[in-house]
Design a binder for this molecule. Structure first.
Ligand code: URA
Length: 261
């Protein structure tokens, strides 16, 4: 920007950007701050490990940490949902945690017959600490209401990942792998009779398969329970025509719930 720009022009430009919908200050190219932090940490460790003049080199045995093993242990030790939420908050290995404002654990009625599992929090969810509260979440609420479900009375909602990925990028396989033991424990503790798998990332995590257009609408199994994969509501906001298929999937879920009594 021209540094000689006057105050009024600068303000007008800022207002124009806000009108255009700019709501976050980001650069033209992404900065991987985690990588920079990691590099600085590695350099500091290397410097600390350098032998001082006259000192013999000391070999320090690095303790081996397996983030997935740690997650399995922490999840298994959680006896109930509040303990699980605390265990996730204390889990140090997922890099997404550093960039997120809040841990997004769950919303709705724990113990409900239906548990919906989305992908990861977006901006609104990160700010409020609750899943599916942005535009996609509002559509999800309407879809649930159409089959007499609501997070206020009879549905429970969570995500595969509890922290927002930077700039809403897709979660990385290693991030999913380390948080999966927590999700599995979450399902076991909430103990739903059926699961709604919302979106492709969730299919990948829970069924080991992608291809939501092919998978949706057919009952599958996830964590030993009937599971219905569905289009993500964010996809439906962009592809109105796909709402027809989602309506049919919702009716399938309603019928299954009626069959359960
Ligand atoms: N998309 C998701 O998958 N989950 C949320 O909580 C919000 C948007």
């Amino acid at each position: 920007m021209d540094s000689a720009i006057d105050w009024h022009t600068a303000r007008a430009m800022l207002e124009w950007q806000a009108e255009m919908g700019v709501d976050e200050a980001i650069l033209s190219a992404p900065v991987d701050r985690f990588a920079a932090e990691e590099e600085a940490r590695a350099k500091a460790e290397a410097a600390a490990a350098m032998p001082k003049p006259g000192q013999a080199p000391v070999r320090v045995a690095e303790p081996k940490i397996d983030p997935i093993e740690d997650a399995v242990k922490a999840a298994k030790n959680a006896a109930d949902l509040p303990a699980l939420q605390q265990a996730m908050a204390d889990y140090p290995h997922c890099p997404l945690k550093k960039g997120a404002r809040n841990l997004v654990f769950a919303d709705g009625v724990a113990g409900a017959k239906v548990m919906l599992i989305g992908e990861a929090p977006g901006r609104d969810e990160d700010l409020q600490g609750k899943p599916f509260v942005g535009r996609a979440g509002q559509l999800l609420d309407k879809m649930l209401a159409a089959i007499d479900l609501s997070r206020d009375t009879n549905a429970y909602i969570t995500n595969v990942l509890p922290w927002r990925p930077p700039q809403n990028r897709d979660p990385k396989p290693e991030e999913i792998a380390m948080m999966l033991p927590f999700l599995q424990r979450h399902i076991a503790l909430a103990n739903p009779e059926l699961i709604v798998i919302v979106g492709n990332i969730s299919c990948q995590a829970l069924m080991g398969k992608r291809g939501i257009s092919r998978l949706r609408g057919q009952w599958a199994q996830a964590e030993g329970r009937p599971a219905m994969p569905m289009f993500h509501p964010a996809y439906l906001l962009r592809n109105q025509a796909a709402k027809r298929e989602s309506w049919s999937d919702l009716l399938e879920i309603k019928a299954k719930l009626e069959g359960l009594g």
